[in-house]
Design a protein around this ligand. Structure first.
Ligand SMILES: [Zn+2]
Length: 401
């Protein structure tokens, strides 16, 4: 009997570990038990190594991840521990451990349980700035839905993206072929007429003239991006511009049409960056970033992309560009590569219609990475790796008509 009770107890403990997924974080050095919450932004699950959680009756989310996926911009002031978050005309200023917030310059007091805090995730040994999801969403004009059963918060600021009707997508540039005309004669009640739901996902990109590549130097102007905790003079926004400055020349030498989202230290919104690519009907979009982590342990290069089954405006398989960049970056730099990640929540990946990838070219917080990325010769290697990746993708996945 004892044995059975023991087994049963083991089973209960074991299954709780799997299903209840209890999480502990440190808030003001206090071990605090929190419940994980799933967060969706415009229909996409927020991807983060740092689990959003319920604290009191509020959902707290890591600021960097949530603002990035909302397409908002965050500027962090380390001196007074304030974050300024802006999206469109809305501006929100939050301060760690403070009830006072500013919405478009107007001071407000938020609920005690909504106060932004630092939370240390013990497993990762990283400290993240956590902000209240509901407050932030509403201040930035997002709708918030809470599903108690799923423990899921969904926020959105867009109407559901309408699914592209294949009838309107013709691969021959508007001229309908006889085959397609026949296809379209099917009555709506025919068995196979869910064309409205289906999208044609092409493996290859068709290009008529020179391939247009939009290269996007992440951050800029008031948005510094990551600042190295080791050497604060090293800012992500400067590094990204250095890479794209070399990259554009490498690509132009190979007869690509290159469009840069920025060429100097200026602020450009995330949606605007995607719009530059869409309105120019670019074949390829590559965003350049650098990473940071509070632990200082994380290092290496990682390539992110938004899988087409998660982003309805995509018309091509997305992984091939990411893979080509991943492999060529590895070859060019010899640096360690982290696994490629699916990030349908990132604005520049989600809002661009063409194959797109985002390269995080190293950690400003890692001593080894920092030594590399502060050398011009290594920046050249990074640019060369990205250029080779684009070339490899074009050779294998772009068809010229
Ligand atoms: Zn960045």
């Amino acid at each position: 009997m004892k044995k059975i009770v023991g087994l049963l107890l083991c089973f209960i403990l074991f299954s709780q570990n799997i299903y209840a997924n209890p999480t502990f974080v440190l808030i003001q050095n206090k071990k605090t038990s929190v419940d994980p919450v799933k967060v969706e932004v415009n229909g996409n699950t927020l991807q983060s190594a740092f689990q959003p959680f319920a604290y009191g009756n509020r959902t707290l989310v890591p600021i960097r991840e949530i603002t990035e996926s909302m397409g908002a911009n965050v500027a962090w002031n380390n001196q007074n521990k304030t974050a300024q978050i802006s999206l469109g005309d809305n501006k929100v200023v939050l301060q760690i451990n403070s009830r006072a917030v500013y919405i478009n310059g107007k001071k407000k007091l938020i609920d005690k349980s909504s106060i932004p805090v630092f939370a240390t995730y013990p497993k990762e040994n990283e400290t993240k700035t956590m902000v209240p999801l509901r407050f932030l969403s509403e201040a930035l004009s997002f709708n918030v839905d809470w599903n108690q059963e799923k423990q899921q918060a969904s926020i959105s600021n867009v109407k559901t993206v309408s699914v592209i009707n294949t009838k309107d997508v013709s691969e021959d540039g508007g001229k309908k072929t006889a085959d397609k005309a026949v296809d379209l004669t099917k009555k709506p009640d025919d068995k196979n007429t869910d064309q409205g739901e289906k999208r044609e996902i092409a493996k290859k990109v068709k290009a008529t003239g020179p391939v247009t590549v939009v290269i996007d130097a992440g951050h800029g102007g008031k948005d510094s991006g990551a600042i190295s905790p080791i050497d604060p003079s090293v800012k992500e926004k400067d590094l990204t511009l250095k890479v794209t400055g070399i990259l554009k020349d490498l690509l132009r030498a190979k007869n690509y049409e290159v469009i840069e989202t920025r060429t100097r230290d200026e602020y450009i919104g995330l949606a605007q960056r995607a719009e530059i690519a869409n309105s120019n009907q670019a074949e390829i979009f590559v965003s350049i970033h650098f990473n940071s982590s509070t632990s200082g342990i994380a290092s290496g290069i990682e390539v992110l992309y938004a899988p087409e089954d998660r982003v309805k405006i995509k018309k091509h398989e997305q992984i091939h560009l990411a893979k080509a960049l991943n492999d060529e970056l590895k070859k060019a730099t010899g640096s360690s590569m982290r696994t490629m990640k699916k990030r349908p929540d990132l604005a520049v990946l989600r809002l661009t219609e063409m194959p797109a990838a985002l390269c995080e070219l190293g950690f400003v917080s890692s001593p080894t990475d920092l030594e590399n990325i502060t050398q011009d010769s290594y920046i050249e290697k990074l640019a060369q790796g990205v250029a080779n990746g684009i070339e490899r993708y074009v050779n294998n996945y772009v068809e010229f008509e």
